[in-house]
Design a protein around this ligand. Sequence first.
Ligand code: COA
Length: 319
Amino acid sequence: MPERVVTNHDLAALMTTSHDWIVERSGIVERRWADPSVTGSDLAADACRAALADARVEIGEIDCLIHATLSPDHEFPGTGVFTQRKLGLGPIAVFDIRQQCSGFVYGLAMADSFVRSGLYRKILVVGAEVQSRALDLTDRGRNVAVLFGDGAGAAVVGTSDEPGRGILSCHLHADGREAEILWLEKPGFKNPPLISIADLEAGRHFPFMEGRKVFKHAVTRMPEAIREALDANGLTANDLDLVIPHQANLRISEAVAQQLGLPPEKFHNNIQKVGNTTAASIPLCLLDARAAGKLHPGGLVCLAAFGAGLTWGSVLMRW
Ligand SMILES: CC(C)(COP(=O)(O)OP(=O)(O)OC[C@H]1O[C@@H](n2cnc3c(N)ncnc32)[C@H](O)[C@@H]1OP(=O)(O)O)[C@@H](O)C(=O)NCCC(=O)NCCS
């Protein structure tokens, strides 16, 4: 996480909002913003180094990098190669994926399939965001600006020596019919120029969100994805030890837990401290859950994501 903490009170000094409004609607108390000199690939490389140390894996063992972000350093090439360069990785395979808040779950599913197929043996999956760069800090953008934060999280995916432990199944979905309810329209290659003065004046370079519609999708799709994972493995919600939901909004997590008939303590949340960190949200929440002592060997853990696209999915694992 970047060091700079931005509280709700700090935001209230920039736009018409309040600590109470933000906490009541989202649960968020503070988030982190990267310093201007720090890029998404810097945060990604730091997270990858931490993951390698934690997994006791040497950099030379990594044969694939899957990089998820919605805040790339540049339009192209993808940020993955910049992260690769910073890590000093050799000429391995590098993928960039653009599934926004579902990016980490999509990346894990890809890594799981690659390892199972034997194409790659040890894969770094990283989600990294510097969303503070594209927030409209005026009243026009306050519904979005108060929610998002910066950060990165990574995991090393490989084979397990212990039968039954690891990823059990992955379930991914997308539906582009309402792509424009959560998007950043410009710059884009649809029409020249990629961005115009008129676009800048209209704020088309800031994320746009129809919050209520997004909320409705999230509370429908995330329980669906969790149930799909349980059904595929002949399990029920009561078998779950912990759910790591994408940290979009505390109210969304609470609504999903309620729909599944699970007590709130089976849903881990850290949005209060980090806001919505998009592709970094699930690995950061997982790390927070581990630090809180909530992950036990053999425990059934479900990661569930939802994001722009619209995209959603789940990964069920035996910890
Ligand atoms: C964004 C969200 C918190 C807004 O909450 P909401 O209850 O839907 O609020 P609305 O958008 O209907 O806005 C209610 C009022 O608050 C105002 N408002 C919006 N942002 C505000 C802010 N930061 N501070 C104060 N007031 C704000 C609106 O202008 C509106 O005012 P009005 O009634 O005078 O028109 C909520 O819709 C949400 O969390 N949606 C899902 C977002 C999400 O998860 N996105 C990421 C998906 S990966």
